[in-house]
Ligand binder design. Sequence first.
Ligand code: AMP
Ligand code: MG
Length: 528
Amino acid sequence: MKTLLDLEFQNRFTRDLPADPETTTRPREVTGALYSRVSPTAVAAPKLIAGSRECATLIGLDPSELEGEDFARVFGGNALVPGMDPFAMAYGGHQFGHWAGQLGDGRAINLGEIRGPKGAGWTLQLKGAGMTPYSRRADGLAVLRSSVREFLCSEAMFHLGVPTTRALSLVTTGDQVMRDMFYDGNAKLEPGAVVCRVARSFVRFGSFELPASRGDEVLLRSLADHVIRTSFPELNAPPAGTAIPAETYVAWVREVVRTTAVMVAHWMRVGFVHGVMNTDNMSILGETIDYGPYGWLEGYDPGWTPNTTDAQGKRYRFGNQHQIAHWNLTRLASAVVPLVGDVEALQEAVDGFQAIYTEAWTGMLASKLGLPEFDEERDGPLAVDLFRILELQETDMTIFFRELAGPLGGDAVSALARASYGDGFDGETVTALEAWLGSYRSRLEALGVEDGPRRARMDGANPRYVLRNYLAQLAIDRAAKGDPTGVTELLEVLRRPYEDQPGRDEFAARRPEWARHRAGCSTLSCSS
Ligand code: AMP
Ligand code: MG
Protein backbone atom coordinates (compact mmCIF):
# COMPACT_ATOMS: atom_id res chain seq x y z
CA MET A 1 0.00 0.00 0.00
CA LYS A 2 1.31 3.39 -1.01
CA THR A 3 1.18 6.86 0.45
CA LEU A 4 -0.35 9.67 -1.56
CA LEU A 5 3.06 10.94 -2.59
CA ASP A 6 4.24 7.49 -3.69
CA LEU A 7 1.40 6.91 -6.16
CA GLU A 8 2.83 6.16 -9.58
CA PHE A 9 1.16 8.09 -12.41
CA GLN A 10 1.22 6.69 -15.94
CA ASN A 11 -1.36 9.02 -17.59
CA ARG A 12 -1.81 7.01 -20.77
CA PHE A 13 -4.75 9.13 -21.99
CA THR A 14 -2.81 12.39 -22.04
CA ARG A 15 0.43 10.67 -23.02
CA ASP A 16 -1.00 9.07 -26.17
CA LEU A 17 -3.84 11.28 -27.37
CA PRO A 18 -4.04 14.75 -28.93
CA ALA A 19 -4.57 17.68 -26.55
CA ASP A 20 -6.30 21.00 -27.10
CA PRO A 21 -3.40 23.51 -27.39
CA GLU A 22 -5.27 26.09 -25.31
CA THR A 23 -5.12 25.70 -21.53
CA THR A 24 -7.52 28.42 -20.35
CA THR A 25 -11.07 27.75 -19.15
CA ARG A 26 -12.60 30.02 -21.78
CA PRO A 27 -15.76 28.21 -22.97
CA ARG A 28 -15.13 26.93 -26.49
CA GLU A 29 -15.66 24.28 -29.12
CA VAL A 30 -12.64 21.99 -29.01
CA THR A 31 -11.86 20.29 -32.30
CA GLY A 32 -9.02 18.04 -33.36
CA ALA A 33 -8.36 17.13 -29.72
CA LEU A 34 -9.86 14.77 -27.14
CA TYR A 35 -9.23 16.82 -24.01
CA SER A 36 -8.04 20.12 -22.58
CA ARG A 37 -5.48 20.49 -19.82
CA VAL A 38 -7.01 22.37 -16.89
CA SER A 39 -6.31 22.58 -13.16
CA PRO A 40 -8.83 22.29 -10.36
CA THR A 41 -9.93 25.60 -8.83
CA ALA A 42 -8.73 26.09 -5.25
CA VAL A 43 -11.42 26.06 -2.55
CA ALA A 44 -11.70 27.85 0.81
CA ALA A 45 -11.47 25.06 3.36
CA PRO A 46 -11.33 21.46 2.08
CA LYS A 47 -12.47 18.94 4.66
CA LEU A 48 -12.94 15.18 4.30
CA ILE A 49 -16.49 14.09 5.09
CA ALA A 50 -16.18 10.46 4.12
CA GLY A 51 -13.77 8.13 2.38
CA SER A 52 -14.01 4.61 1.01
CA ARG A 53 -11.30 2.35 2.34
CA GLU A 54 -12.22 -0.37 -0.18
CA CYS A 55 -11.71 2.08 -3.00
CA ALA A 56 -8.38 3.21 -1.55
CA THR A 57 -7.24 -0.41 -1.31
CA LEU A 58 -8.39 -1.03 -4.87
CA ILE A 59 -5.99 1.57 -6.22
CA GLY A 60 -3.17 0.58 -3.87
CA LEU A 61 -3.48 3.62 -1.59
CA ASP A 62 -3.05 3.02 2.13
CA PRO A 63 -6.56 3.71 3.56
CA SER A 64 -5.05 5.61 6.50
CA GLU A 65 -3.98 8.24 3.95
CA LEU A 66 -7.64 9.28 3.63
CA GLU A 67 -7.48 10.95 7.03
CA GLY A 68 -4.34 12.97 6.30
CA GLU A 69 -4.36 16.73 5.86
CA ASP A 70 -2.78 16.46 2.43
CA PHE A 71 -5.55 14.21 1.28
CA ALA A 72 -8.31 16.81 1.73
CA ARG A 73 -6.14 19.44 0.05
CA VAL A 74 -5.50 17.27 -3.02
CA PHE A 75 -9.00 15.85 -3.27
CA GLY A 76 -10.67 19.18 -2.64
CA GLY A 77 -8.68 20.66 -5.54
CA ASN A 78 -6.08 22.76 -3.69
CA ALA A 79 -2.94 20.80 -4.50
CA LEU A 80 -1.59 18.35 -7.02
CA VAL A 81 0.62 15.36 -6.35
CA PRO A 82 3.76 15.21 -8.55
CA GLY A 83 2.96 13.14 -11.62
CA MET A 84 -0.65 14.28 -11.96
CA ASP A 85 -1.56 15.77 -15.36
CA PRO A 86 -5.08 17.19 -14.92
CA PHE A 87 -7.45 17.48 -17.85
CA ALA A 88 -11.10 17.67 -18.90
CA MET A 89 -12.39 15.38 -21.63
CA ALA A 90 -14.28 16.47 -24.73
CA TYR A 91 -17.39 14.46 -25.55
CA GLY A 92 -20.82 14.94 -27.03
CA GLY A 93 -24.05 13.14 -26.49
CA HIS A 94 -27.68 12.46 -27.24
CA GLN A 95 -29.72 13.99 -24.44
CA PHE A 96 -33.32 12.78 -24.10
CA GLY A 97 -33.16 11.38 -27.60
CA HIS A 98 -31.69 14.44 -29.34
CA TRP A 99 -28.16 15.17 -30.47
CA ALA A 100 -26.80 17.89 -28.17
CA GLY A 101 -23.41 18.55 -29.78
CA GLN A 102 -20.31 19.12 -27.66
CA LEU A 103 -20.78 18.62 -23.91
CA GLY A 104 -17.56 17.45 -22.24
CA ASP A 105 -16.36 17.40 -18.63
CA GLY A 106 -17.98 20.64 -17.51
CA ARG A 107 -17.18 20.11 -13.87
CA ALA A 108 -15.13 16.94 -13.79
CA ILE A 109 -11.36 17.19 -13.82
CA ASN A 110 -9.29 14.04 -14.27
CA LEU A 111 -6.20 14.26 -12.09
CA GLY A 112 -4.35 11.48 -13.88
CA GLU A 113 -4.10 7.73 -14.20
CA ILE A 114 -2.19 5.75 -11.61
CA ARG A 115 -0.60 2.36 -12.02
CA GLY A 116 -2.36 0.37 -9.33
CA PRO A 117 -1.94 -3.13 -7.92
CA LYS A 118 -1.28 -5.82 -10.57
CA GLY A 119 -0.55 -3.10 -13.12
CA ALA A 120 -4.17 -1.97 -13.37
CA GLY A 121 -4.65 1.63 -14.47
CA TRP A 122 -7.04 3.78 -12.41
CA THR A 123 -8.06 7.29 -13.36
CA LEU A 124 -8.81 9.64 -10.47
CA GLN A 125 -11.39 12.30 -11.25
CA LEU A 126 -12.67 15.21 -9.18
CA LYS A 127 -16.31 16.12 -9.75
CA GLY A 128 -17.20 19.70 -8.85
CA ALA A 129 -13.62 21.01 -9.07
CA GLY A 130 -14.33 24.19 -11.02
CA MET A 131 -14.60 25.56 -14.53
CA THR A 132 -13.29 23.82 -17.61
CA PRO A 133 -13.59 24.77 -21.29
CA TYR A 134 -16.67 22.51 -21.29
CA SER A 135 -18.55 24.28 -18.48
CA ARG A 136 -20.62 26.20 -21.03
CA ARG A 137 -22.75 28.64 -19.01
CA ALA A 138 -22.49 26.74 -15.71
CA ASP A 139 -20.08 27.10 -12.79
CA GLY A 140 -18.17 23.82 -12.75
CA LEU A 141 -19.19 23.16 -9.16
CA ALA A 142 -21.23 20.56 -7.28
CA VAL A 143 -23.30 20.89 -4.13
CA LEU A 144 -23.15 18.75 -1.01
CA ARG A 145 -26.49 16.98 -1.53
CA SER A 146 -25.64 15.65 -5.00
CA SER A 147 -22.10 14.80 -3.93
CA VAL A 148 -23.30 12.76 -0.94
CA ARG A 149 -25.65 10.95 -3.30
CA GLU A 150 -22.92 10.20 -5.84
CA PHE A 151 -20.40 9.12 -3.21
CA LEU A 152 -22.78 6.78 -1.40
CA CYS A 153 -24.42 5.30 -4.47
CA SER A 154 -21.14 4.52 -6.23
CA GLU A 155 -19.97 2.49 -3.28
CA ALA A 156 -23.39 0.97 -2.56
CA MET A 157 -23.61 -0.27 -6.15
CA PHE A 158 -20.15 -1.80 -5.93
CA HIS A 159 -21.07 -3.70 -2.77
CA LEU A 160 -24.27 -4.86 -4.46
CA GLY A 161 -22.20 -6.36 -7.26
CA VAL A 162 -23.41 -3.87 -9.88
CA PRO A 163 -20.75 -2.63 -12.36
CA THR A 164 -20.01 0.97 -11.45
CA THR A 165 -17.46 3.74 -11.27
CA ARG A 166 -16.14 4.05 -7.72
CA ALA A 167 -15.87 6.89 -5.22
CA LEU A 168 -12.77 7.43 -3.14
CA SER A 169 -13.73 10.49 -1.16
CA LEU A 170 -16.24 13.19 -0.37
CA VAL A 171 -14.74 16.55 0.58
CA THR A 172 -16.63 19.73 1.49
CA THR A 173 -15.07 22.87 0.07
CA GLY A 174 -16.09 25.54 2.56
CA ASP A 175 -17.45 27.53 -0.40
CA GLN A 176 -21.09 28.28 -1.15
CA VAL A 177 -22.68 27.41 -4.46
CA MET A 178 -25.81 29.03 -5.91
CA ARG A 179 -28.47 26.55 -7.05
CA ASP A 180 -32.10 26.77 -8.10
CA MET A 181 -33.07 23.31 -6.94
CA PHE A 182 -36.55 23.24 -8.45
CA TYR A 183 -35.84 25.50 -11.44
CA ASP A 184 -38.57 27.80 -10.13
CA GLY A 185 -36.65 31.02 -9.68
CA ASN A 186 -35.80 30.39 -6.03
CA ALA A 187 -32.04 30.05 -6.16
CA LYS A 188 -30.19 29.81 -2.88
CA LEU A 189 -26.69 29.20 -1.59
CA GLU A 190 -25.74 25.65 -0.71
CA PRO A 191 -22.53 24.12 0.63
CA GLY A 192 -20.13 22.99 -2.11
CA ALA A 193 -18.41 19.60 -2.26
CA VAL A 194 -16.09 17.54 -4.42
CA VAL A 195 -16.25 13.78 -4.96
CA CYS A 196 -13.23 11.87 -6.20
CA ARG A 197 -14.43 9.23 -8.63
CA VAL A 198 -12.27 6.33 -9.71
CA ALA A 199 -12.57 4.19 -12.83
CA ARG A 200 -10.38 2.31 -15.29
CA SER A 201 -11.74 4.72 -17.89
CA PHE A 202 -14.20 7.60 -17.99
CA VAL A 203 -14.68 7.40 -21.75
CA ARG A 204 -18.36 7.51 -22.72
CA PHE A 205 -20.40 6.61 -25.79
CA GLY A 206 -20.55 10.36 -26.41
CA SER A 207 -16.74 10.50 -26.56
CA PHE A 208 -16.99 8.69 -29.93
CA GLU A 209 -20.08 10.50 -31.09
CA LEU A 210 -18.39 13.91 -30.95
CA PRO A 211 -15.52 13.29 -33.42
CA ALA A 212 -17.87 11.18 -35.56
CA SER A 213 -20.39 14.06 -35.74
CA ARG A 214 -17.62 16.28 -37.09
CA GLY A 215 -16.43 13.72 -39.59
CA ASP A 216 -13.05 13.56 -37.84
CA GLU A 217 -12.20 9.95 -38.57
CA VAL A 218 -8.56 10.33 -37.52
CA LEU A 219 -9.52 11.48 -34.04
CA LEU A 220 -12.26 8.88 -33.79
CA ARG A 221 -9.78 6.14 -34.66
CA SER A 222 -7.14 7.39 -32.19
CA LEU A 223 -9.68 7.26 -29.39
CA ALA A 224 -11.07 3.85 -30.33
CA ASP A 225 -7.59 2.37 -30.69
CA HIS A 226 -6.50 3.79 -27.36
CA VAL A 227 -9.58 2.48 -25.58
CA ILE A 228 -9.31 -0.95 -27.20
CA ARG A 229 -5.60 -1.27 -26.40
CA THR A 230 -5.81 0.00 -22.83
CA SER A 231 -9.23 -1.22 -21.61
CA PHE A 232 -9.96 -4.29 -23.75
CA PRO A 233 -6.76 -6.39 -23.65
CA GLU A 234 -8.81 -9.55 -24.23
CA LEU A 235 -9.41 -8.39 -27.82
CA ASN A 236 -5.69 -8.85 -28.52
CA ALA A 237 -5.41 -5.79 -30.73
CA PRO A 238 -2.04 -5.39 -32.47
CA PRO A 239 0.32 -2.91 -30.80
CA ALA A 240 0.37 0.78 -31.73
CA GLY A 241 1.86 1.24 -35.19
CA THR A 242 -0.12 -1.65 -36.70
CA ALA A 243 -3.69 -1.00 -37.86
CA ILE A 244 -6.47 -2.61 -35.88
CA PRO A 245 -8.53 -4.83 -38.19
CA ALA A 246 -12.22 -4.06 -38.81
CA GLU A 247 -13.38 -7.23 -37.09
CA THR A 248 -11.66 -6.17 -33.86
CA TYR A 249 -13.74 -2.98 -33.78
CA VAL A 250 -16.85 -5.11 -34.25
CA ALA A 251 -15.76 -7.48 -31.48
CA TRP A 252 -15.23 -4.44 -29.28
CA VAL A 253 -18.74 -3.11 -29.92
CA ARG A 254 -20.08 -6.61 -29.21
CA GLU A 255 -18.29 -6.51 -25.85
CA VAL A 256 -19.73 -3.07 -25.02
CA VAL A 257 -23.19 -4.42 -25.93
CA ARG A 258 -22.63 -7.34 -23.56
CA THR A 259 -21.35 -5.37 -20.56
CA THR A 260 -24.05 -2.71 -20.98
CA ALA A 261 -26.80 -5.35 -21.13
CA VAL A 262 -25.47 -7.06 -18.01
CA MET A 263 -25.25 -3.72 -16.18
CA VAL A 264 -28.89 -2.88 -16.90
CA ALA A 265 -30.00 -6.37 -15.84
CA HIS A 266 -28.31 -5.70 -12.49
CA TRP A 267 -30.17 -2.38 -12.22
CA MET A 268 -33.43 -4.27 -12.68
CA ARG A 269 -32.38 -6.85 -10.10
CA VAL A 270 -31.74 -4.29 -7.36
CA GLY A 271 -34.42 -1.74 -8.32
CA PHE A 272 -32.16 1.07 -9.49
CA VAL A 273 -33.30 3.82 -11.87
CA HIS A 274 -30.43 5.78 -13.40
CA GLY A 275 -32.62 8.72 -14.31
CA VAL A 276 -30.50 10.30 -17.09
CA MET A 277 -29.41 7.65 -19.56
CA ASN A 278 -28.11 10.14 -22.10
CA THR A 279 -25.29 8.79 -24.28
CA ASP A 280 -22.82 11.08 -22.51
CA ASN A 281 -23.71 9.22 -19.32
CA MET A 282 -22.96 5.74 -20.72
CA SER A 283 -19.53 4.34 -19.87
CA ILE A 284 -17.69 2.48 -22.61
CA LEU A 285 -16.88 -0.11 -19.92
CA GLY A 286 -20.54 -0.90 -19.20
CA GLU A 287 -20.31 0.62 -15.74
CA THR A 288 -22.93 2.76 -14.05
CA ILE A 289 -21.66 6.33 -14.32
CA ASP A 290 -22.86 9.84 -13.42
CA TYR A 291 -25.12 9.54 -10.42
CA GLY A 292 -27.51 12.45 -10.82
CA PRO A 293 -31.26 12.30 -10.24
CA TYR A 294 -31.18 8.52 -9.82
CA GLY A 295 -33.52 6.67 -7.50
CA TRP A 296 -34.37 3.32 -5.96
CA LEU A 297 -37.72 1.71 -6.42
CA GLU A 298 -39.78 1.60 -3.29
CA GLY A 299 -43.18 0.46 -4.51
CA TYR A 300 -42.58 -1.75 -7.54
CA ASP A 301 -43.53 0.36 -10.57
CA PRO A 302 -41.96 -0.08 -14.00
CA GLY A 303 -43.26 3.37 -14.96
CA TRP A 304 -41.40 5.22 -12.22
CA THR A 305 -38.66 7.79 -12.75
CA PRO A 306 -37.19 9.96 -10.02
CA ASN A 307 -36.11 12.65 -12.51
CA THR A 308 -38.52 15.61 -12.58
CA THR A 309 -36.91 16.80 -15.84
CA ASP A 310 -38.20 13.54 -17.37
CA ALA A 311 -41.61 13.54 -15.69
CA GLN A 312 -43.48 14.16 -18.97
CA GLY A 313 -42.11 11.56 -21.34
CA LYS A 314 -40.65 9.26 -18.68
CA ARG A 315 -38.09 8.17 -21.23
CA TYR A 316 -35.76 6.90 -18.51
CA ARG A 317 -38.36 5.11 -16.37
CA PHE A 318 -37.39 1.89 -14.58
CA GLY A 319 -39.02 -0.50 -17.03
CA ASN A 320 -37.62 1.25 -20.11
CA GLN A 321 -33.95 1.11 -19.17
CA HIS A 322 -33.02 -1.89 -21.31
CA GLN A 323 -34.64 -0.34 -24.37
CA ILE A 324 -32.79 2.91 -23.83
CA ALA A 325 -29.50 1.06 -23.38
CA HIS A 326 -30.16 -0.65 -26.71
CA TRP A 327 -30.95 2.69 -28.37
CA ASN A 328 -27.79 4.22 -26.93
CA LEU A 329 -25.71 1.32 -28.20
CA THR A 330 -27.12 1.97 -31.66
CA ARG A 331 -25.81 5.55 -31.38
CA LEU A 332 -22.37 4.23 -30.42
CA ALA A 333 -22.33 1.76 -33.29
CA SER A 334 -23.38 4.47 -35.75
CA ALA A 335 -20.52 6.64 -34.54
CA VAL A 336 -17.91 3.97 -35.24
CA VAL A 337 -19.21 2.96 -38.69
CA PRO A 338 -16.29 4.80 -40.40
CA LEU A 339 -13.82 2.52 -38.57
CA VAL A 340 -15.50 -0.64 -39.72
CA GLY A 341 -17.05 0.24 -43.06
CA ASP A 342 -19.49 -2.60 -42.60
CA VAL A 343 -22.80 -1.36 -41.27
CA GLU A 344 -24.33 -4.83 -41.23
CA ALA A 345 -21.67 -6.31 -38.97
CA LEU A 346 -22.21 -3.48 -36.49
CA GLN A 347 -25.96 -3.79 -36.76
CA GLU A 348 -25.66 -7.48 -35.95
CA ALA A 349 -23.48 -6.71 -32.92
CA VAL A 350 -26.08 -4.29 -31.58
CA ASP A 351 -28.95 -6.63 -32.45
CA GLY A 352 -27.35 -9.11 -30.07
CA PHE A 353 -28.43 -6.88 -27.19
CA GLN A 354 -31.88 -8.36 -26.66
CA ALA A 355 -30.70 -11.96 -26.33
CA ILE A 356 -27.82 -11.05 -24.02
CA TYR A 357 -30.05 -8.90 -21.88
CA THR A 358 -32.74 -11.57 -21.64
CA GLU A 359 -30.20 -14.19 -20.66
CA ALA A 360 -28.64 -11.95 -18.01
CA TRP A 361 -31.96 -10.81 -16.60
CA THR A 362 -33.60 -14.23 -16.51
CA GLY A 363 -30.50 -15.66 -14.85
CA MET A 364 -30.78 -13.02 -12.16
CA LEU A 365 -34.52 -13.57 -11.93
CA ALA A 366 -33.87 -17.27 -11.31
CA SER A 367 -31.62 -16.28 -8.39
CA LYS A 368 -34.19 -13.80 -7.12
CA LEU A 369 -36.69 -16.65 -7.02
CA GLY A 370 -34.24 -19.22 -5.68
CA LEU A 371 -34.43 -21.37 -8.83
CA PRO A 372 -31.30 -23.14 -10.06
CA GLU A 373 -31.91 -21.81 -13.57
CA PHE A 374 -34.61 -20.11 -15.59
CA ASP A 375 -36.81 -22.28 -17.77
CA GLU A 376 -38.56 -19.79 -20.04
CA GLU A 377 -41.57 -21.99 -20.66
CA ARG A 378 -42.30 -22.74 -17.01
CA ASP A 379 -40.71 -19.85 -15.13
CA GLY A 380 -41.54 -17.12 -17.63
CA PRO A 381 -45.27 -17.09 -16.77
CA LEU A 382 -44.46 -17.48 -13.06
CA ALA A 383 -42.34 -14.33 -13.15
CA VAL A 384 -44.83 -12.36 -15.25
CA ASP A 385 -47.63 -13.24 -12.81
CA LEU A 386 -45.53 -12.21 -9.84
CA PHE A 387 -44.67 -8.79 -11.24
CA ARG A 388 -48.31 -8.28 -12.14
CA ILE A 389 -49.25 -8.96 -8.51
CA LEU A 390 -46.59 -6.53 -7.29
CA GLU A 391 -48.37 -3.84 -9.28
CA LEU A 392 -51.82 -4.53 -7.80
CA GLN A 393 -50.99 -2.56 -4.68
CA GLU A 394 -48.04 -0.40 -3.78
CA THR A 395 -45.52 -3.03 -2.69
CA ASP A 396 -41.90 -2.46 -1.72
CA MET A 397 -39.80 -4.46 -4.18
CA THR A 398 -36.77 -4.88 -1.92
CA ILE A 399 -38.72 -5.99 1.14
CA PHE A 400 -40.96 -8.28 -0.88
CA PHE A 401 -38.16 -10.31 -2.46
CA ARG A 402 -36.27 -10.52 0.81
CA GLU A 403 -39.38 -11.83 2.58
CA LEU A 404 -40.09 -14.26 -0.24
CA ALA A 405 -36.94 -16.15 0.78
CA GLY A 406 -38.62 -16.99 4.09
CA PRO A 407 -40.79 -20.04 4.90
CA LEU A 408 -43.56 -20.60 2.36
CA GLY A 409 -46.07 -22.11 4.81
CA GLY A 410 -49.42 -20.69 5.93
CA ASP A 411 -47.94 -17.40 7.20
CA ALA A 412 -46.17 -16.54 3.97
CA VAL A 413 -48.73 -13.97 2.84
CA SER A 414 -48.68 -12.07 6.11
CA ALA A 415 -44.87 -11.99 6.06
CA LEU A 416 -44.98 -10.66 2.49
CA ALA A 417 -47.54 -8.05 3.53
CA ARG A 418 -44.71 -6.28 5.38
CA ALA A 419 -43.82 -4.97 1.93
CA SER A 420 -47.20 -3.30 1.48
CA TYR A 421 -47.47 0.48 1.64
CA GLY A 422 -51.17 0.19 2.33
CA ASP A 423 -52.88 -1.31 5.32
CA GLY A 424 -51.58 -4.79 4.48
CA PHE A 425 -52.74 -6.55 1.31
CA ASP A 426 -56.38 -6.40 0.29
CA GLY A 427 -58.53 -9.37 -0.66
CA GLU A 428 -57.72 -9.38 -4.36
CA THR A 429 -53.97 -9.27 -3.72
CA VAL A 430 -54.14 -11.98 -1.05
CA THR A 431 -56.07 -14.30 -3.37
CA ALA A 432 -53.68 -13.67 -6.26
CA LEU A 433 -50.65 -14.12 -4.05
CA GLU A 434 -51.91 -17.36 -2.53
CA ALA A 435 -52.52 -18.80 -5.97
CA TRP A 436 -49.09 -17.65 -7.07
CA LEU A 437 -47.41 -19.14 -3.99
CA GLY A 438 -49.13 -22.42 -4.83
CA SER A 439 -47.55 -22.47 -8.31
CA TYR A 440 -44.22 -21.36 -6.88
CA ARG A 441 -44.22 -24.17 -4.29
CA SER A 442 -45.06 -26.76 -6.95
CA ARG A 443 -42.25 -25.50 -9.11
CA LEU A 444 -39.77 -25.71 -6.22
CA GLU A 445 -40.95 -29.21 -5.39
CA ALA A 446 -40.66 -30.35 -9.00
CA LEU A 447 -37.09 -29.06 -9.05
CA GLY A 448 -36.29 -30.52 -5.63
CA VAL A 449 -35.22 -27.13 -4.27
CA GLU A 450 -34.78 -27.26 -0.49
CA ASP A 451 -35.53 -24.26 1.74
CA GLY A 452 -31.95 -23.74 2.99
CA PRO A 453 -30.21 -23.48 -0.39
CA ARG A 454 -33.18 -21.52 -1.75
CA ARG A 455 -32.81 -18.91 0.95
CA ALA A 456 -29.05 -18.70 0.47
CA ARG A 457 -29.46 -18.23 -3.27
CA MET A 458 -32.17 -15.61 -2.90
CA ASP A 459 -30.40 -13.68 -0.15
CA GLY A 460 -27.39 -13.37 -2.43
CA ALA A 461 -29.50 -11.78 -5.18
CA ASN A 462 -32.08 -9.78 -3.22
CA PRO A 463 -30.41 -7.13 -1.08
CA ARG A 464 -31.75 -6.35 2.36
CA TYR A 465 -30.25 -2.84 2.28
CA VAL A 466 -30.33 -0.45 -0.66
CA LEU A 467 -29.72 3.29 -0.74
CA ARG A 468 -33.35 4.21 -0.18
CA ASN A 469 -34.00 7.72 -1.42
CA TYR A 470 -35.15 9.01 1.96
CA LEU A 471 -32.16 7.46 3.77
CA ALA A 472 -29.79 9.37 1.49
CA GLN A 473 -31.80 12.54 2.15
CA LEU A 474 -31.61 12.08 5.94
CA ALA A 475 -27.84 11.68 5.70
CA ILE A 476 -27.69 14.81 3.52
CA ASP A 477 -29.77 16.83 6.01
CA ARG A 478 -27.32 15.93 8.78
CA ALA A 479 -24.25 16.58 6.65
CA ALA A 480 -25.63 20.01 5.73
CA LYS A 481 -25.77 20.79 9.47
CA GLY A 482 -22.13 19.78 9.82
CA ASP A 483 -22.66 16.22 11.01
CA PRO A 484 -21.08 13.73 8.59
CA THR A 485 -21.89 10.64 10.69
CA GLY A 486 -25.14 10.02 8.81
CA VAL A 487 -23.10 9.50 5.65
CA THR A 488 -20.48 7.27 7.24
CA GLU A 489 -23.13 5.21 9.07
CA LEU A 490 -25.07 4.64 5.85
CA LEU A 491 -21.89 3.69 4.00
CA GLU A 492 -21.14 1.19 6.75
CA VAL A 493 -24.57 -0.48 6.37
CA LEU A 494 -24.32 -0.51 2.58
CA ARG A 495 -20.98 -2.29 2.69
CA ARG A 496 -22.83 -5.54 3.45
CA PRO A 497 -26.17 -5.23 1.63
CA TYR A 498 -26.99 -8.93 1.54
CA GLU A 499 -26.37 -9.67 5.22
CA ASP A 500 -29.00 -9.19 7.90
CA GLN A 501 -27.38 -6.69 10.23
CA PRO A 502 -28.77 -6.88 13.76
CA GLY A 503 -29.85 -3.52 15.18
CA ARG A 504 -30.07 -1.92 11.73
CA ASP A 505 -33.69 -2.64 10.88
CA GLU A 506 -34.44 1.02 10.28
CA PHE A 507 -32.14 0.96 7.24
CA ALA A 508 -34.25 -1.78 5.69
CA ALA A 509 -37.63 -0.27 6.49
CA ARG A 510 -40.34 0.93 4.13
CA ARG A 511 -40.25 4.57 3.14
CA PRO A 512 -42.10 6.55 5.83
CA GLU A 513 -45.16 8.52 4.71
CA TRP A 514 -43.53 11.92 5.32
CA ALA A 515 -40.99 11.06 2.62
CA ARG A 516 -43.59 10.25 -0.04
CA HIS A 517 -43.61 13.70 -1.60
CA ARG A 518 -40.62 15.42 -0.06
CA ALA A 519 -38.07 16.64 -2.63
CA GLY A 520 -34.96 14.50 -2.59
CA CYS A 521 -36.94 11.59 -1.14
CA SER A 522 -39.26 10.93 -4.04
CA THR A 523 -38.21 13.09 -6.96
CA LEU A 524 -35.16 15.05 -7.95
CA SER A 525 -34.29 17.61 -10.56
CA CYS A 526 -31.05 17.66 -12.54
CA SER A 527 -29.90 20.66 -10.48
CA SER A 528 -26.83 19.51 -8.65
P1 AMP B 1 -25.24 15.59 -16.76
O1 AMP B 1 -26.61 15.53 -17.34
O2 AMP B 1 -25.18 15.90 -15.30
O3 AMP B 1 -24.45 14.38 -17.10
O4 AMP B 1 -24.52 16.84 -17.44
C1 AMP B 1 -24.56 17.14 -18.80
C2 AMP B 1 -23.45 18.11 -19.15
O5 AMP B 1 -23.55 19.29 -18.35
C3 AMP B 1 -22.05 17.58 -18.92
O6 AMP B 1 -21.25 18.08 -19.94
C4 AMP B 1 -21.68 18.17 -17.59
O7 AMP B 1 -20.29 18.28 -17.41
C5 AMP B 1 -22.33 19.54 -17.66
N1 AMP B 1 -22.62 20.10 -16.34
C6 AMP B 1 -23.55 19.71 -15.45
N2 AMP B 1 -23.52 20.47 -14.35
C7 AMP B 1 -22.53 21.38 -14.53
C8 AMP B 1 -22.00 22.45 -13.74
N3 AMP B 1 -22.47 22.75 -12.55
N4 AMP B 1 -20.97 23.16 -14.27
C9 AMP B 1 -20.48 22.87 -15.49
N5 AMP B 1 -20.94 21.90 -16.26
C10 AMP B 1 -21.96 21.15 -15.80
MG1 MG C 1 -22.92 13.47 -17.23
